[in-house]
Design a binder for this molecule. Sequence first.
Ligand SMILES: CC(=O)N[C@@H](C)C(=O)N[C@@H](C)C(=O)O
Length: 665
Amino acid sequence: MGASTGAKRRLTPEDIYNITLVSDAQISPDGRHVAYTQTILDKEKNDYRSSIFVVPVDGGTPRRFTSADARDSFPRWSPDGSRIAFLSNRTGKSQVWMISVDGGEATQVTDLPEGVTYFAWSPDGSTLALVSKTEAAQLEKREGDEEDEEKSDVVRITRIRFRADGVSGFLDDKRSHIWCIPAAGGDPWQVTSGDFDDAWPVWSPGGHEIAFVSNRTEDREYNTVSEIWAVPARGGEARPIATGDDAYFGRPVWSVDGAAIAFAGHRQPEAGGAIDSHVWVADGGATRCLTEGLGRTVGDAGINDTFASANPGLAWTPDGWIYFQVSDSGNTHVYRVPAGGGDPSLVVGGQRRVLDFSLSPDGSRIAFVAGDPLNPCDVYVCRADGSDERRLTAVNEEFFSSVALSQPEEFRVPSHADDRAEIHGWVMKPIGFEPGRKYPLVLEIHGGPHGMYANHYFHEFQLLAAQGYVVVYTNPRGSQGYGTEYASYTRAAWGEKDMPDLMAAVDYVIEQGYVDPNRLGVTGGSYGGYMTNWVIGHTDRFNAAVTQRCVSDLYSFFGTSDIGFNFGAYEWGGVPWEVRENYVRLSPITYVENMKTPLLIIHSEEDYRCPIAQAEQLFISLKILGREVEFVRFPNENHNLSRSGKPKHRVERLQFILGWFQRYL
Ligand SMILES: CC(=O)N[C@@H](C)C(=O)N[C@@H](C)C(=O)O
């Protein structure tokens, strides 16, 4: 691959319409079927549609269970395996629906005014625990009821968190709480209340209690704490499981005897993704960490542009294993560890990214969704020890058999930094590659900074390779998947400490002899956009740059990004008035006069993670300096344009990137 197209055609931006995504593989209670969500991009409607499918684990054709013109997702089997409950937006808001495994029409279970974002079956199958921002008073007063007074359009803001990327407008004061409803339908009742956001309910095996995730600390408005609590299923006082100012925990799961709860996270909330997460167990005594020596983070830190997210939890089997994802050197794998203590071991490995997984209740089988560089995703099944793995779907086989893809080649290279640390990267040769010819190169830089490029399909990269570019991408210092020391290395040193890693990778690929060093491009999104700006402010060796959803000025990011005040204070060593010099020294805009590389700025107008002013101030300065710069704004899109934006905008974004590199390289 990468050498010739053979009979295959080259990939185009529009090919995102030809890719089907599967996610959220849920194995049935008897271990014989897997339910999952299948998502397509609907060109005509310029939107996404998803349905629930079921496939037998012994092979056979997947069967489509729901077929509404809507987004059906989050399939969850009833404990007796006779029904599947799922979330659907068919009536506008996301509500719980139910379908019998024998087929027939789905029926609506919930009708909460604020919709439902998550739910879980009680062990006896009688009840669903729900997460909703609905307030009890709203059940009496339904939408459409006449308002007493005319509403003002003036917004009064009192909370520090008043905006969140992905939420249009401003955040309201409503809180997410745990509710319950009979699975057969009926009146819902509220289980938790108060000035807290509660999430991720998990029933105790006896069905009397529900564990959940919340931040109930005094300082919750300002900190990033995430605690584990449990509450009686009929409501009442919540009891602490793993709480306090040092808690950064989530994904709770009960032991089969109900005596303990496991969860994932760490004890430095302010550090977020900059340090490794672990698996912990609380059983009434001291909370124990089970993965101390693992040296890799628990969870999936992978980044790409072609996936549907499912965000799996941990799984605890009757024979005492706890299963979890681990991000390791560009792969996401499934591991297990004995709940009583012992070494974690690899269960589902390979050069790939396992996006989600579930275990059958008897702990004998695992269903999972995984992707690799040449295939975005499929559903698989294997035994509890990882053996007897089988692929159950081939959703993109036909399409990918018709287009030429480039197989990434891995490399490891010493950094240009004094410590010459080993940096892991990949190079993709252009489609139609001919030895002896020289090609333009594009360096891709990921965001986070604590994300991880993975052994996973990336449409933007494949597209560049299809258009004749050598594509280089790496996991420089700051990336996850190589341990805490590596990930936290860029703290208060953004740009300064990772640029030598990136340049080492570019030089290594140039040394291979097939790159024209006078035709170099650089691009990246978010922190990758920050680094694109940083790189062109510190070297003139690149001939074209595209900065996407970028960060240019740390001072304004601190006060305008939805995560700015927490994330910034940790990442840059303090708040601006304490370490002003860091905010100036580490801001790419400080070096704007040095930026000579033709720059395309791509930004979404509703990006509240990296607000569009980050792009505007860069554009204005470069225009005044008379530089080659253009600014492309995407209306009604947020920070996730490249991953979940309107399909038409996703195509246009790719066309702009290709157009810029074609113009200047
Ligand atoms: C923590 C976070 O959201 N950081 C952003 C600045 C970022 O870099 N995001 C990445 C993951 C992206 O690709 O959007």
